[in-house]
Ligand binder design. Sequence first.
Ligand code: APR
Length: 229
Amino acid sequence: MIVILTGAGISAESGLATFRDLGGIWSQVRLEEVATPEAFRADPERVQAFYNARRAQAAQATPNAAHVALGHLQAALDDDLLLVTQNVDDLHERGGAKAVHMHGSLFSALCGECGAREPWQGELGNGERCAACGLETLRPDVVWFGEMPYHMERIEAALQKAELFVSIGTSGQVYPAAGFAALARDCGADTLELNLEATGGAFDRVETGRATEIVPLWVQKTLGRQVSD
Ligand code: APR
C-alpha cells in the first residue's frame, strides 16, 4: 500500500497561495483571526469572508499536471493507494482522484448546531439555513486550529500498513500530518518527499522541484508507463 499526503504546494502552480512561503496566506492575515473557533465566535463575518474568497479562488483554479498524475496513479492502484490531503480545495477531485480531506473542504458546509454537512458552492454567511435543522448556523466545513482533523483512524491504519509514504507539497509544520512520515517509517515503510525544497522530515529520499514536474515523473516511474496530462 502507498499512502500519499499532499499540502498547499501541490496547488501552488494552479494559482492557489500556500501558507508559509514568501507572501503566503499567513503572511497576509493572522491565523488566530480567521482559522480558529474563537475567531469565528468573535467575528463570524470576517471568517466567512476569508473562506468565501478562498472558495471563489479555488473554484476558478484548474487542476495541474501533478493533480492529474495522481488521478492516473489512483486509477491504476485503486485500493492500494490512499491519497490524503491537507488541502481544502477540490483540485484532486477535479484532477480525477478521490482524496481524504483531513482538514475538510471549502466545498462543504457544516452546521454548527446539528453537525449536518451539505455540499456547498458560492458564499456562506448571508443568512443561509441548514438543510437539516433550518437554523442559520452554517460554517465552512474546514478544520480550524484547535479542532480535531477528520478521518484520523483510517489514515493511521493505512500508515501502519504502508510500504511507501510519499509527502508532496507540504512544509510539515502542522501536526498530526507532520508526524505521518515518522509513523510510517517506524512501521516499516519507505518514505519519500517530493517538494520544492527539502523540509528535513523523516524521509529516506527527497526529490526537490516543482510539483508539476517531479510528481508526473515519479508517477511514470511508479507505473512504468507514461501518464498524459
Ligand atoms: N511544487 C512543490 N512544492 C511547492 C511548490 C511547488 N510549486 N510551491 C511551494 N511548495 C512547497 C513549499 O516549499 C512548502 O514546503 O509546499 C509547501 C507548502 O507549505 P505550507 O505553505 O506550510 O502549506 P501546508 O504544508 O499545506 O500547510 C499545512 O497548515 O495552515 C495550515 O491548514 C493549513 O493545511 C494547512 C497546513
